[in-house]
Design a protein. Structure first.
Length: 214
């Protein structure tokens, strides 16, 4: 317990850093995932190509490599931002590809006849997608989206290697202070468990409220 009680502020700072990364990156991932999923089912060919390339590249790129590309590559083009913001962009863009595929799988479960009926009534593609298709698709993709955001929370640990304050990075300071590495990681694991269980509980509530009855 000494590791926790004597370094509570350090653990707290790392925990809050991970929570912030998770929340902000999740928002980026959900927004981009929705947009890219819309592109992938759009009637415009160039949009579909863009969506396909976005998903293919990000899903098949190691997240660590993406961190290097964002944190070290973008400043070379004159885009200088805080490391935490770069980490949010890297995590959010990477996760958006998985959110997109989850949403697209949900869209594919909606009968095509509903979209055709909406278009016959004069509704645009955006109206059909937003008012008819996505509300139904969302109900079936709540669990996979929840799992994807839980993975995002755990992936945020990579940010610690790039000078971003997060939970896993606290082990470096505690190791230098001579604390037991085992108990250091035990309390780090507890912190991640709190975050992931909170996300799981949130999506469990959403699934009970909006999910498809099985």
């Amino acid at each position: 317990m000494d590791v926790l009680t004597k370094n509570f502020s350090l653990y707290g700072k790392g925990f809050l850093g991970t929570v912030e990364l998770t929340v902000y990156a999740s928002l980026v991932a959900l927004v981009l995932g929705f947009l890219v999923a819309s592109f992938r089912v759009a009637p415009v060919g160039s949009f579909r190509v863009f969506g396909t390339v976005w998903v293919a590249v990000l899903r098949n790129t190691p997240l660590t490599l993406l961190f290097f590309a964002v944190l070290l590559g973008l400043p070379r083009f004159g885009l200088v931002l805080p490391f935490q913001l770069f980490a949010v962009l890297a995590l959010g863009c990477y996760t958006s590809a998985f959110i997109c595929e989850a949403l697209r799988s949900g869209i594919n479960t909606v009968p095509k006849g509903q979209g055709e009926a909406a278009r016959s009534l004069g509704m645009s593609f955006g109206q059909t997608l937003g008012d008819i298709v996505l509300p139904q698709a969302f109900r079936s993709v709540i669990p996979p989206i929840g799992s994807t955001l839980i993975a995002l929370a755990k992936n945020s640990a990579i940010a610690g290697a790039f000078s971003v304050t997060e939970l896993l990075g606290t082990y470096k300071t505690l190791n230098e202070l001579g604390y037991s590495i085992i108990w250091t990681f035990v309390w780090i694991a507890v912190g991640y468990l709190i975050i992931t269980l909170s996300i799981s509980a949130l999506f469990h509530v959403l699934e009970k409220r909006f999910g498809v009855a099985r």
